[in-house]
Design a protein around this ligand. Structure first.
Ligand code: HEM
Length: 160
């Protein structure tokens, strides 16, 4: 059971963080370089629309497989202890993502993109996209940090 969950956890993390990195490193800079404001917004909106659904599924699968691993090993008792810092950090980053994907993204980002598509001419869309790209880089960094924490849990010194 643990091994199956570990494999599912790792593969889902690869797809999720890999997808996020692709949007950040390839798609957003391409959108920024697109001269027409409306095209820029529509292109990113389409990608975001498709990827957000997948990211929500990846977030749930990562969380569920992680919780099952904690349950079968009893490692949940290490959460919020000094010996369980990597596990706690990884879990907190997951909670941050859960709030982002199920709370903020549908309420804030989606509305912001719709607003830009409608009244784009009045906004400084280029500046917004550059900020959006910086924010995505930060989120890639945070996600990689969660992955490093995961490797420390799996292969680091005995924490528990
Ligand atoms: C942003 C979310 C997360 C990311 C990016 C992430 C990433 C990772 C990675 C890369 C590993 C290392 C696997 C390996 O080296 O073989 C790992 C292991 C692990 N993760 Fe996560 N994880 C996340 C969320 C969670 C959550 C929410 C839990 C549980 C509540 C969890 C529990 C575990 C456990 C128990 C292991 C250790 C498996 C072992 O010892 O073999 N993870 N995670």
């Amino acid at each position: 059971m643990f091994l199956v969950m570990h494999i599912i956890h790792l593969l889902t993390v690869i797809l999720w963080i890999g997808g996020l990195a692709f949007v950040t490193i390839i798609i957003l800079p391409m959108a920024i370089k697109t001269p027409d404001a409306l095209q820029k917004v529509l292109m990113f909106q389409r990608v975001e629309h498709r990827f957000a659904k997948l990211a929500r599924a990846f977030n749930l699968i990562t969380g569920i497989s992680g919780i099952i691993m904690l349950y079968v090993t009893g490692w949940y008792s290490a959460l919020f202890t000094s010996g369980g810092i990597p596990l706690t950090v990884m879990t907190m980053i997951w909670v941050f993502w859960f709030i982002m994907l199920f709370g903020l993204e549908p309420l804030v980002i989606k509305k912001m993109l719709e607003g830009m598509a409608k009244g784009g001419a009045k906004m400084d869309i280029d500046a917004i996209f550059i900020k959006l790209n910086r924010m995505h880089y930060l989120m890639v960094f945070i996600s990689l940090l969660a992955s490093v924490m995961g490797v420390l849990v799996a292969h680091g010194p005995a924490f528990f």
